[in-house]
Ligand binder design. Structure first.
Ligand code: ZN
Ligand code: ZN
Ligand code: ZN
Length: 446
């Protein structure tokens, strides 16, 4: 959303009424889309505009030239009433010009002057403080007014974003932080001028012969004029560029009619002639003081009713715009939801496959565990078997031990018996020897 949009929306209510009260001659909107290529033909564009917004008779619907080139993605649409304009800047159907359309509102052609701003102060549009001021007061393109010689004056000029901003700035003035002052603001009035060459009020580029701007003669110029002034345009007793020229003043009033209607309508000036540079009297203009009688009472009532009706119509269009926006948003949301749901579906399928996969893995693990269990049982059996064998080996070992013990005991007793016998034998032998020996001694002694 641009600043322009947000600003418009905050001031909406009051500004709708002002737009209806002070209609513009032309309402313009810039629309952008990537789909314009297929609508080169004016009739195709008109048909599409009618189909999308129900606008039947635009003043213009045409491509925009920028830097001498046609902007392919931009188009300008002009309409002659506020209702169609509201439709133009409201939301367009999603499929407008095939690819959808973005619309930018154009602000009213109203310009203000900001008075007495010191010439030394540089006005830079990129300056934060200037941007801030633009946002606060609803201004666009603040810049300094310069003279023909490009010398700065002490006035600034700026466009406004809405009628409301125009009125508020002029009534209340503007505070500029760069000067730390509050400045008076006046409406910018374009004063019509005559042609410098021939004095006409009807052109800017001149193909006519040069004339004296004071008396209208062709044989001398204004500087050397010695005649009585006579206006080229109205025949009056003044130079053609005089502030007193009725024709010139009428043209000035015509050029500024839109701003003047607002200034008068809002009581900023009591009379349209106040914008002129002369004290024009009221007697020679066509204003009639209104007196209420049966005839114009009817008119007044009609007028009031019409205004009420206009306000209602604006509300209906606004409501319609809101509804369209809501529908568009809902549609988008639904599409998003749909894709989210289908994405979710994909996820579920994905998840399902994964679950199946995990399931089969679990089964295979299960089988493996079963196998391991079986093996464990087998192992257990074998261990028991081995256990039994070990026990039997142990028993056998025990028995063997006992047998060995027995054998050892036997061997032992055999041995001691043998020793005993040996000993007995030895003792017998000993006694025998002793006998023998004593016998021998006796014999020797003999
Ligand atoms: Zn001319
Ligand atoms: Zn002259
Ligand atoms: Zn005149």
């Amino acid at each position: 959303m641009t600043n322009l949009d947000s600003h418009f929306s905050t001031e909406n209510g009051n500004n709708h009424e002002l737009e209806l009260k002070y209609p513009r001659k032309v309402y313009e909107a810039i629309i952008e889309s990537n789909g314009f290529e297929k609508f080169e033909n004016i009739h195709d564009r008109l048909r599409e505009l009618s189909r999308c917004l129900g606008i039947e008779n635009p003043l213009a619907i045409q491509p925009i030239m920028e830097h001498n080139k046609i902007e392919k993605n931009k188009m300008k649409i002009e309409v002659d009433n506020y209702y169609d304009y509201m439709k133009l800047i409201g939301p367009w159907p999603v499929n407008s010009f095939n690819t959808g359309v973005m619309a930018r509102p154009t602000p009213p052609k109203l310009v203000v002057n900001i008075i007495n701003v010191d010439k030394a102060i540089v006005i830079d549009r990129d300056d934060k403080k200037i941007k801030e001021m633009e946002d606060i007061y609803g201004l666009i393109n603040v810049e300094r007014i310069t003279t023909k010689e490009n010398e700065p004056t002490n006035k600034l000029k700026a466009n406004v974003r809405s009628i409301n901003d125009f009125i508020k700035c002029i009534k209340q003035g503007i505070y500029i932080s760069l000067t730390s002052k509050k400045h008076k603001v006046t409406p910018s009035i374009i004063h019509s001028k005559v042609c410098n060459n021939c004095g006409s009020i009807n052109h800017k580029i001149c193909k006519m012969n040069k004339r004296c701007l004071r008396c209208g003669d062709y044989d001398h110029d204004r500087e050397s004029c010695k005649k009585w002034p006579k206006c080229i345009n109205c025949g009056g007793k003044h130079s053609c560029n005089s502030n007193d020229c009725e024709k010139l003043n009428e043209k000035t009033l015509l050029i500024n009619a839109y701003a003047i209607s607002i200034l008068e309508g809002e009581g900023i000036i009591e009379n349209k002639n106040r914008v002129l540079r002369t004290n024009r009297s009221n007697s020679n203009n066509d204003e009639v003081v209104a007196t209420i009688n049966d005839n114009n009472l009817d008119e007044i009532v009609k007028h009031i009713l019409q205004r009420e009706l206009d306000t209602e119509r604006t509300r209906v269009i606004e409501l319609e715009n809101k509804m369209n926006k809501y529908i568009t948003e809902s549609e988008t949301k639904f599409v998003n939801l749909d894709s989210a749901v289908s994405k979710l579906g994909d996820h579920v399928i994905d998840l399902d496959a994964k679950v199946t996969d995990i399931d089969s893995k679990i089964k295979s693990v299960d089988t493996k565990i079963g196998n391991i269990e079986k093996k464990a049982i087998l192992l257990e059996n074998k261990i028991t078997e081995i256990d039994g064998k070990v026990t039997s080996v142990e028993e056998k070992t025990q028995k063997l031990k006992i047998k060995i013990g027995d054998l050892l005991k036997k061997a032992d007793s055999n041995h001691s018996e043998a020793l005993k016998k040996q000993d007995e034998n030895f003792q017998g032998l000993k006694a025998l020897i002793q006998n023998l020996s004593s016998n021998m001694t006796q014999s020797t002694t003999y």
